[in-house]
Design a protein. Structure first.
Length: 474
C-alpha cells in the first residue's frame, strides 16, 4: 500500500520557501530578514562549529547603483544555546558601518578596482564583531573580538572588479582564539521551486521527485556572515567534544536581528534629558529570527508570524506548540494529493525539529527534550564522506535535522516528515530541485561566490530530469 501511495505521489511538486519574506512585517524590512541559517562540522575543520547565516532575500545582482548591504542601523546576531533551554548562552553580534569616500560620484567603485586598498573603491562597509556571554538571558560579559573588518562588496562585474576573489580573500580573517570570520555577498545557497509552490501548490509538468523543478533562487545573492568557532568556545563546559555521547556535545543555534524600537531615517540626533518614553525609544527589539527552516513559513499561521519573529525559543512550546502537533500542511497534502499524512498528535514532528532526536542531537541534562526552535547539532558526529541530501532520514546522521549542511535538501526532508515518514508513511514528496545552482566550496566560507551583476540571469535553472528517488534514498 505504501508503494502504491508513493507511486501516485511521485509527480507531486511541493516546495517551501526558507524564511524569504516569511512574515508580513519582515517582508517590508528585507535588510533585517533572516533567510537561512546553517550549522555543521566542516570536513576541513572537524574541531569547530561552522555557522553560516544569511540575510536580505531576493538580491538581483544587477540592481545598482545602490547595491544590497547590511544595514548600519540594525544589529545582527548568531545565538548559541548549550544547555537546551532555548535561551542564548553565547551570542555573536555584528555592527556594520558604511563609508562613502566620494559622495559626488554615483559609482560604487571605479573601473579596474583591485582590492580594499584601491582608492577607486568608493563605498566600503566594515564591521565590529562582539562576543557576548549570557546568564538567564542577560548579558554578563561582552568582548569585542574584531573591529574594522571589511565586508566583501557586491560582485558588480568584471570591468569594475577584474579580480573579485581578491576582495573575498581579504574579507576572510582568523581571530585570536582561532575563530574564522567572513561577511559579504554570496550566492543564495537555498534551492527551491517557489513559483510552483505559491501558485496554490501548482503542478509543474514532470516535477516532484523526478527533477525538472525550477530553482527560483538560482542566480540571486544573499548577504552572509560565516563563523567557524572552536568547540571549546561554544560548549557548556568550555571544552572540546570528545565524542557524540559527551555531555557537552549538543548545541542549539539560531540567528536574529534587532532594531531600535523607534527609528527615523536620516533624522538629526536630538538631546533629551531623561524621560521614560525617550529611554524606551532607544531600546533595541527583535524583529526577525530563524532556527529550523520552514517553521515560520508553513507551521506558524499568518496571524502569528510577526509575533513569532518577536519572541524567543524558550516560549515556543507555550506559544506555538498546537500548530506543530496539528500542522495545517498535513491536512492540505491530504486534501490535494491524498498522501495519508497523519493530521493530529504529531509528536514525531515535535521531536524531530524541536526536541532533538534521542541519542543524536537532543540536549543532555535537566533541559533534555525541551521543545524549542533551535537548529540542534551534535558536534561529536563526524562529517560524512558521502553525504545524503536527505540527512538523517537518508541514513546520514551528520545531516539535517542534526544541524544543517548547505547540501541538505530541507524542502524534500520536511515534506516527507510532515507526510509521516517517521511514523511509517514514507511518501517520496519533493519539489523537483535537489541541489544548488552552483557547487558549494570545500573550504571557508563554503557558500558559493556570487555571480556578477554584468552576467545577471536570476531564476533560470531547471533541475534535469532523473528517475524518482525512493524515500530516504541517496
Amino acid at each position: 500500500m505504501v508503494a502504491a501511495v508513493a507511486a501516485a505521489a511521485i509527480a507531486v511538486p511541493l516546495g517551501l520557501g526558507s524564511s524569504h519574506r516569511e512574515a508580513p512585517n519582515i517582508a517590508l524590512d528585507p535588510s533585517a530578514d533572516n533567510t537561512d541559517v546553517y550549522a555543521f562540522t566542516a570536513k576541513d575543520a572537524p574541531g569547530a562549529l561552522t555557522i553560516a547565516s544569511d540575510w536580505i532575500p531576493g538580491q538581483v545582482p544587477a540592481n545598482g547603483p545602490n547595491f544590497f548591504r547590511f544595514d548600519d542601523r540594525a544589529r545582527y546576531y548568531v545565538n548559541i544555546d548549550n544547555t537546551g533551554d532555548g535561551v542564548a548562552d553565547i551570542r555573536y553580534l555584528w555592527k556594520f558601518k558604511t563609508k562613502v569616500r566620494n559622495p559626488n560620484s554615483f559609482l560604487y567603485a571605479g573601473p579596474g578596482t583591485q582590492d580594499f586598498h584601491d582608492p577607486g573603491l568608493n563605498v566600503i562597509q566594515r564591521y565590529k564583531l562582539i562576543r557576548q556571554t549570557l546568564k538567564h538571558g542577560k548579558v554578563k560579559d561582552a568582548k569585542t573580538v574584531a573591529r574594522g573588518l571589511p565586508v566583501a562588496p557586491p560582485n558588480i562585474g568584471p570591468k569594475t572588479f577584474p579580480n573579485y576573489q581578491k576582495f573575498v580573500d581579504q574579507s576572510i580573517r582568523t581571530l585570536p582564539g582561532c575563530t574564522k570570520t567572513f561577511a559579504g555577498e554570496r550566492d543564495d545557497p537555498f534551492f527551491v521551486d517557489l513559483g510552483a509552490t505559491f501558485d496554490a501548490i501548482n503542478v509543474r509538468a514532470g516535477t516532484g521527485n523526478q527533477g525538472q523543478g525550477k530553482d527560483d533562487l538560482s542566480g540571486y545573492w544573499t548577504s552572509a556572515t560565516v563563523l567557524q568557532i572552536p568547540e571549546r568556545l561554544v560548549t557548556k563546559n568550555g571544552k572540546a567534544v570528545s565524542g557524540s555521547d559527551s555531555a557537552n556535545a549538543v548545541v542549539g543555534v539560531w540567528s536574529s536581528t534587532d532594531r531600535r524600537r523607534l527609528q527615523v531615517t536620516n533624522a538629526r540626533p536630538v538631546r533629551h534629558h531623561g524621560g521614560k518614553a525617550h529611554r524606551r525609544s532607544r531600546r533595541f527589539v527583535q524583529v526577525s529570527r530563524l532556527g529550523n527552516p520552514l517553521v515560520n513559513e508553513v507551521v506558524i499561521p499568518l496571524g502569528q508570524k510577526d509575533r513569532f519573529n518577536r519572541t524567543t525559543p524558550d516560549d515556543d512550546a507555550a506559544n506555538y506548540g498546537k500548530f506543530v502537533t496539528k500542522p495545517e500542511l498535513a491536512a492540505i497534502l491530504n486534501a490535494l494529493f491524498g498522501v495519508n499524512a497523519p493530521e493530529t498528535n504529531r509528536t514525531d514532528i515535535v521531536q524531530a525539529l524541536l526536541q532533538g532526536i534521542p541519542n543524536l542531537n537532543q540536549h543532555s541534562g535537566p533541559n533534555a527534550g525541551t521543545p524549542v526552535d533551535t537548529l540542534k547539532i551534535n558536534l561529536g558526529v563526524p562529517p560524512t564522506k558521502t553525504p545524503s541530501r536527505f540527512g538523517v532520514i537518508g541514513g546520514d546522521n551528520a545531516g539535517f535535522p542534526n544541524g544543517r549542511r548547505l547540501t541538505d535538501d530541507v524542502v524534500d526532508i520536511e515534506l516527507q516528515v510532515i507526510a509521516g515518514f517517521l511514523v511509517g508513511n514514507q511518501v517520496p514528496l519533493g519539489d523537483g530541485v535537489d541541489k544548488n545552482d552552483k557547487p558549494f566550496l570545500s573550504h571557508f566560507p563554503y557558500e558559493a561566490a556570487p555571480g556578477s551583476g554584468f552576467d545577471s540571469s536570476p531564476s533560470q535553472r531547471f533541475e534535469p530530469a532523473h528517475p524518482p528517488t525512493p524515500p530516504g534514498g541517496p
